[in-house]
Design a protein around this ligand. Structure first.
Ligand code: ATP
Ligand code: MG
Length: 465
């Protein structure tokens, strides 16, 4: 895939005469790639996005496709979504499209809705600095640490280009002549396979610390390198992520790990000391027992394979694996203090999930199955014959069984339970089931036997002792 992309980029650049320097992009260097100098074609652009562009243009407004869609199309990848930037105000855009709504608190944006597809349309915005806030706090507002809290200053296309995060995310495509407009040196950085933050990296990370995570995400997804000055301040500023709302960080965690390149993302987050801010308890538990990261690495590898094969991935399963080392660590501590194993697991699960939600607010619809996956583990290992069919019928069974296999694959001992469950599900004949059940009855399970108590006969009403 990478070779194909590299070849493509070199073909693209063989058209383009002259190279820009490697230094920070400067405001004056607009570079325009005409239709024959790039291979982004309207054939690969969503029809709905084209409709929105056409309508804006026909009412006299500028309108460009920008961001990830152009970046991905230039790299021969499938864009996740199509974003448009325009000089029309949100109210104007809203009035042009009946199927639209204004959204956004930090930024006012328009969503034009076509069934399941949403085209995001944003008015060109200017970046502005913290020192300007005192002049007009109604349009922009920064926190004491320089973080942008509100940002609705409109501007020109050039302003808009410079307030974006990375140079490769700041390329503008117009359908009027199919050209690409590059204000920040993004075309050069595409050729050099570099993720470069626009402007002063320290200021830009302070404005929005999530940009540090985005830098890692794009580096991992595209297999690009971080430019030196983009990489340099990250470790020192990583702590700023602690101030980001946990709901936003939850969304970001899914984008980081559930859209391809997850294993690579994990290593980069650890290298740049960002992992600790996202998963503090896991990070701490791996310090004591580094071998425990194997389950994370294997889970992320499997996730990447599933995404490549277009199979679904679930946040509950991902979080179950990511927090497992922290859960085990806490369970062991409780057990050492004399808490019985079942209660230790319950208490540790509650605590680990609550702690994690302070960092990344995992919604309840995911914490419930995540907990169930954990709680099912000992039951799947124990395989009480009477409960086999009931366990199999649970909605979470599949995920819990996959998790059991993942644990075994990662070196944990589960007394061969994974293989047993595989055999049981694969055997279709009654007699095969019989053999597997006999195996269970015949295996030495002293803990099971100990628990089996003879029931006292029920007292009949009216009888006396
Ligand atoms: P993808 O959708 O593939 O994850 P993307 O680059 O399109 O990647 P989006 O989150 O959809 O990412 O954002 C669209 C564009 O908005 C980006 O390409 C970038 O130009 C701009 N953008 C997004 N987040 C930020 C940010 N935190 N700071 C500055 N610009 C941003
Ligand atoms: Mg996008």
């Amino acid at each position: 895939m990478k070779d194909k992309r590299t070849g493509f980029i070199h073909r693209l650049f063989s058209y383009v005469v002259g190279k820009q320097s490697d230094t920070q992009p400067s405001a004056s260097k607009l570079r325009i790639l005409s239709r024959d100098q790039h291979t982004v074609s309207s054939r690969h652009i969503s029809d709905n996005a084209l409709k929105v562009l056409c309508r804006l243009n026909s009412h006299g407004y500028q309108a460009y496709l920008v961001g990830g869609c152009i970046r991905d199309l230039m790299l021969d990848l499938h864009p996740k979504d199509f974003d448009i930037a325009t000089d029309a105000t949100p109210e104007k855009i809203r009035s042009l499209f009946r199927n639209s709504r204004i959204i956004g608190r930090r930024f006012k944006l328009i969503h034009v809705v076509f069934g399941r597809e949403v085209i995001e349309v944003a008015t060109f915005r200017a970046s502005h600095h913290a020192e300007n806030d005192e002049h007009d706090s109604s349009v922009s507002h920064h926190s004491k640490k320089g973080r942008i809290l509100r940002d609705n200053v409109y501007g020109t296309i050039e302003d808009d280009a410079f307030r974006r995060d990375f140079t490769i995310n700041s390329l503008y495509y117009t359908i009027s002549d199919s050209s690409i407009h590059d204000f920040c040196g993004g075309v050069q950085d595409m050729e050099d396979q570099l993720i470069r933050l626009i402007g002063d990296p320290v200021i830009r990370y302070r404005e929005d610390p999530v940009r540090m995570l985005r830098a890692i995400r794009f580096a991992a997804k595209l297999n690009f390198q971080l430019a030196d000055d983009t990489a340099a301040p990250i470790s020192q500023l990583a702590h700023l992520l602690k101030d980001i709302p946990s709901a936003r960080l939850f969304d970001e965690s899914l984008k980081l790990f559930l859209s391809g390149g997850a294993e690579n993302t994990y290593y980069l987050l650890r290298d740049y000391q960002l992992f600790d801010s996202l998963f503090p308890a896991t990070h701490a538990s791996l310090k004591d027992a580094p071998d425990r990261q194997q389950i994370i690495v294997n889970a992320l590898r499997n996730t990447d394979l599933r995404i490549e094969a277009d199979k679904p991935v679930t946040p509950a399963f991902f979080y179950a694996a990511m927090l497992w080392p922290a859960l085990i660590c806490l369970c062991e501590r409780y057990e050492k203090d004399g808490v019985p194993p079942a209660s230790a697991l319950q208490q540790a699960a509650t605590e680990v999930i609550a702690q994690q939600c302070k960092q990344t607010a995992i919604p309840r619809r995911f914490t419930i199955p995540l907990r169930e996956i954990w709680e099912m583990q000992s039951r799947l290992e124990r395989r009480q014959p009477r409960r086999i069919d009931e366990l199999l019928s649970r909605p979470v069974f599949r995920a819990a069984y996959d998790f059991l296999l993942l644990r075994e694959q990662s070196g944990e001992q589960a007394s061969g339970a994974g293989q047993w469950w595989t055999d049981y599900q694969e055997s279709s004949q009654d007699d095969e089931h019989q053999v597997l059940m006999e195996q269970l009855h015949s295996r030495s399970a002293p803990s099971d036997k100990r628990k089996r108590r003879r029931r006292r006969p029920r007292k009949r009403p009216g009888t006396t002792v």
